[in-house]
Design a protein around this ligand. Sequence first.
Ligand SMILES: *Cc1c(COP(=O)(O)O)cnc(C)c1O
Length: 432
Amino acid sequence: MQQSEHLMNIDRDAIWHPYSALTSALPNYHVISADGVRLTLANGKQLIDGMSSWWCVIHGYNQPQMNQALERQLKDMAHVMFGGLTHTPAMQLTEQLLAITPEPLNAVFYSDSGSVAVDVALKMAIQYWYAKGEPQRQRFISLRSGYHGDTLGAMSVCDPVTGMHSMFADVLPEQVFIDQPRCRFGEACSEADMAPLKKALMKHTDIAAVIMEPVAQGAGGMWFYSADYLTQARKLCDEQGVLLIFDEIATGFGRTGKLFACEHAHVVPDIMCIGKALTGGYLSLAATLTTHEVSSTIDNGQPGVFMHGPTFMANPLACTAALTSIRLLLESDWQANIHRLQQSLEEGLAPCRELPQVHEVRVLGGIGVVELKEPVDMKIIVPLFVEAGVWIRPFGKLVYVMPPYIMSREDLDELTTTMVAVIAKYGELSLV
Ligand SMILES: *Cc1c(COP(=O)(O)O)cnc(C)c1O
C-alpha cells in the first residue's frame, strides 16, 4: 500500500498519459497484472476490459502461446539492428503478411508505431511522385473526422478541428480536407456522397494520394460508412492517377468482420498501414505495405533508396509477437468470434436507444458505439465504470467498446449490461 502510494505520487507529478495534463484532476488506475479479458488493479479490483487496450489485445492478456513464443525468441535475441542485417522473425512475418493482405501489396516497411507507419506512407507517396518526375505532388486529400496519428505528418491528415491544426499552423503541411461520407455501412453511395472527393481531385493538381480509414473511422468519431465509397474512391483515384492509402491500423486483423476492412469492397489500396492488433497488443510494431509498382518506381528514381529507417525497425521480439498473433488469429474461428461480439453488442446495447441522453447506438463487427447528445464528463463516468467492474474509456460524446475477440457471452453480457446501467445513471447524475 505504501509502495503503491509512493509510485502513484510519481505518476501524478511526473508522468504524462495520452492526451493528458501532468496535473490532471483525473486519476490513473494502477494496473498490476492482466489475464484473459481482465485487468487487476493494485487494490485487488478486477475490471473486464472493453477496450482491448485500444484495439490491440485481440487474444486477451497473458496468452500462453504468445508468452511462450516470446520467451523462445528472447533466448535467440531481443533485438538486432536492421541496417545490413536481417532475421528469421522479420522474414517469416513478411511471408505471412503478404499471404493475408490483398494482392498486389508485395513490399513491407516496418516501423514502431501507427503514427510512424502513416508518416512512412505519406513519404512513400511523395517519393513515388518525385521519382516519376512530378515533384509538385506533395499534398494529400483526407476525410474530415479522420484520425491517423500524432506525429506531425500523420497529424496533418487528421481532422483539422479535433486535431488542433490551428495551434500548429506553421509547422503542419496544409492538406485538402473533404467531408466524411454520410452514406452508412451497408448502404450504397450516391453521386452526392462522392462529389466532395471528385471535386477535390479535379481541383488540385498537387495531390500525391488520398488517405482514409476504410469503412470505420476510429478515434476521430467512430463512424461507419459505406464500403461502396471505397470502390468509388478507387475509381476516382485511378481516373486522376492519384495514389490511394488505406489506414487499417484500427480496422486490420478482423475487427470489422473482414480480415482487412478494404475487403468489404474488394478494393486494394496502393499503400496500406497496419499496427495496433498486429502484435496482439504485446509490443509496439507497425508496417506500411505497398505494391511493387510503387516500390520499384521509388527504387528507380533519385536518390535510389526510400528515405526512412527507424532504429528499432523490425524488432525481432515484436516480429515474433506479430507472427504468433496472426497464426493464433488464423487458427481461431475469428469470424465466429466477431459475429458473437457483434450480436452481443447489438442486443446488449439496444436498451441505450431508450435513454434520453443517447443520440445513437451503432455496431460494426466487434465495435460497439453509444453516441451521447453531449460530451461526457470523464470525471463522473470513468469512476462509475470502474466501480461497476469494467474498463471503458470514452472520448467526446462517444462511449464505445471493442472487446478482445475471446470474450465470452457471459462477460460480454456483463460488459453491455454495465454500459447501459452506467450510462443511465450518468444521465441522472449529470441532470442534477
Ligand atoms: C491508433 C491509430 C493510429 C496511430 O497509431 P499509434 O500506434 O498510436 O501511433 C493511426 N491511425 C489509426 C486509424 C489509428 O487508429
